[in-house]
Design a protein around this ligand. Sequence first.
Ligand code: AMP
Ligand code: GLY
Length: 433
Amino acid sequence: MNVLIIGSGGREHVMAWKISQSSLLSRLFIAPGNAGTASLGQNISISVSDFEKIGRFCLEKQIGMVVVGPEAPLVDGIHDFFLAHPDLKKISVIGPQRNAAMLEGSKDFAKAFLTRHHIPTARYRSFSKDEVNDALHFLKSMTAPYVIKADGLAAGKGVLICNDLPEAEHEVKAMLIDTKFGEASRKIVIEEFLQGIEISAFVLTDGIHYQILPSAKDYKRIGEGDTGPNTGGMGSVSPVPFADEIFNKKIEEKIITPTIRGLISEGIEYKGFIFFGLINVNGEPFVIEYNARMGDPEAESVIPRIKNDLLEMFVAVGNQTLDRLTVETDPRYAATVMLVSEGYPGSYEKNKPVAGLDEVKDSIVFHAGTIFDQEKQQVITQGGRVLALTSFGSTMQEAFDRSYESAYLIRFENKAFRKDLGRDLMKYVFLNA
Ligand code: AMP
Ligand code: GLY
């Protein structure tokens, strides 16, 4: 089978790495891909939003499966586009249709869905542009910190946590009146602040059945000790030491099963990954958000732990036979350290040559923001997040130590990374030991 992966980050590299190990694979293409995916398949210079071109390419290359990495093409309806086209509709698309991707594309939709299906989540209310006064009034009924979310996709920047009322009032007006996040903040969600530690849970579903994948914890803030602005993710680890059997059972019973049942009961067909952004509040899981895709950099620690043939799992999604599989997981820890360009998530410089890639022996190197410069015949930096280093270890510490050793072997100008990953979880490791 010929496969096309859509996207260009570390998540797409790890998928390419895993799919390229499948005996079911004939040819692998990645659009647009990066310097890492180029060594596993053929990178195609097509934008993730150019559905017409993607469709034509699929017909030309006899693609049997399209795996969609990022959320934007899903929310924009890439799967619907394929289904609406007589020649494309037989191609299996991994990633939900637009109506199901709204679980990520609209916070208001997600909150209403969670509420309808009695799934634990923070109490909330939504407000549109003509309800500014109601929103300000509602804020006064809450206590600090105030959580204000733009309804639509805002590249991970649409959630604001304000410590005092004047700041919260200012942000509500900035979002609704001054359209701070453009279309995305024409509507907002204001919700109760939940105190706890976060965990990302994942399932793969074929629309009827689901398989639970290993969970992970990611590190969103740029600064050590979880300080500073949010990033796409500075690292991840799987499994998560505090997620013991009892907690995992609660996640499945209170969150995963009702979500899948809810989708089915509402006639929303979902084929692909569901990412549950959860928070552990005194031993109880609550949903912070849904995403319609794998996490990044969670994918870089989760997917290497899956022993199954990923392409075979995707074929089962297409055929709705996912119940016939058993997911086998590597019991070891996988820890991912992200190397970024200094300045990220603010402005940073690009086009820096990357050295030392061949010196890494104890980690898997996944490219996140790189391209291969044909003229210089060299890998150069192309994004804020540049490379993800994933290592296995029989303990979390060992896994992170290996990734850190590799992090020092790789050299590029203005390289930066967090050096405290996993430290917050050490107390749980000792508790469970
Ligand atoms: P989201 O984009 O919805 O994942 O939100 C981004 C981040 O904001 C989350 O990862 C949490 O750290 C934080 N957050 C969102 N909602 C809440 C909440 N209700 N209580 C506490 N923290 C939250
Ligand atoms: N790591 C969080 C995300 O993928 O949204």
